[in-house]
Design a protein around this ligand. Sequence first.
Ligand SMILES: NC(=O)c1ccc[n+]([C@@H]2O[C@H](COP(=O)([O-])OP(=O)(O)OC[C@H]3O[C@@H](n4cnc5c(N)ncnc54)[C@H](OP(=O)(O)O)[C@@H]3O)[C@@H](O)[C@H]2O)c1
Length: 404
Amino acid sequence: MAKSKVLVVGGTGYIGKRIVKASLAQGHITYVLQRREMGLDIDKIQMLLSFKKQGARLIQGSFSDHQSLVDAVKQVDVVICTMSGVHFRSHNILLQLKLVDAIKEAGNIKSSLRAEIQKTKLPINLHLLTILVQNRRRLRQFLLQTPNQTVTFLILIIVVVLSLSFPIFVVLSFLSPSSSFNGALLGPSSSFNGAPNLLRQLRFIPSEFGTDPSRMGHALEPGRVTFDEKMRVRRAIEEAKIPFTYVTANCFAGYFAGNLSQMETLLPPRDKVTIYGDGNVKVVYMDEDDVALYTIKTIDDPRTLNKTLNIRPPENILSQRELVEKWEKLIGKELQKISCSQEDFLASIKGLDFASQVGVGHFYHFFYEGCLTNFEIGEEGEEASELYPDVKYTRMDEYLKLYL
Ligand SMILES: NC(=O)c1ccc[n+]([C@@H]2O[C@H](COP(=O)([O-])OP(=O)(O)OC[C@H]3O[C@@H](n4cnc5c(N)ncnc54)[C@H](OP(=O)(O)O)[C@@H]3O)[C@@H](O)[C@H]2O)c1
């Protein structure tokens, strides 16, 4: 089966750039949105150009230009949004509602085949079939009256071939939704190039890549804003009946493992480490490149359609203490452990700026409450390493070697 075409929105971001690379590496035709607002941001532009060198197609657009989003979305089979969602960087999760509107309008959703065919320039075989159907009475009369049996026979053959071609075209398009078959049958310059989008539904992977927001209805203020906004986007997707995959990636290693899960630093301590409670609550640490690879693996996989992919590979389910031990082994030294009670940790929120308050709330849910691991992945989800056992995901002792 041919691979889906992918559009990455937010492709220069922290997780976005990895998703672009994974998509290219997995052989997908990969489009990246080049927002007008990037303006003079030389780093972003250079990054986009480097993607282009690697085979990506850049597509102009802006969140303040609805039509540009519609046009971008029309090119592809899958949209992956990696819109910013970390408060101390930037937070624009709700902008994705505009993307949902664009996907709706792009005609991928709810449009019946007939309605689409009526508004589309038809390929020649469908044109002829339509004409024949419209003139069926006259044709019947002509056939009854004509004395020439060869002419009658030829006309009947044409009618049969045209009649058969339509259902065959539909069936093959469904069986081979992203193949070049559609293009071949319909002609590359036909406006029916929209056929792949017409006959299959575009899949949307919104910007989540963290905690499953549907399990965070009880989350603390103000950090709950992240989960609430991601749920608003989910509701919009589901109301519009857009096929989706939600990706729950748990703790990005760069934010949570490299620093032994300490706040306010991204580097590992070498003398003392703060331990949350008893330090035995299990979390999940994930190398971001593995998150990107698993995400790309889902997009042509019917098992992940309208499901949540939880990236929770068994050897990366670790407690904070287990992570610290791995670091201690690497540096050959035991760290001094300072335990922080739940009460003290929550009290530390007072006086912090908004972004840090959000961070404290999230750390509390991960390291005290255990919200990443205190549930079974039910029928609405799939676990990534079970679906894709071929992926050799990075273990955290290997990951931490980077920091030596
Ligand atoms: N599990 C974890 O530990 C973890 C950690 C961090 C983040 N996350 C999640 O991962 C997702 C992505 O976060 P990230 O840190 O990768 O994001 P990021 O790097 O801060 O930003 C991603 C992209 O968002 C786009 N963007 C930012 N402001 C925008 C605006 N005003 N209008 C339009 N586009 C804008 C930009 O894309 P372009 O300029 O390329 O268009 C930017 O590169 C979020 O959902 C976040 O919650 C999870």
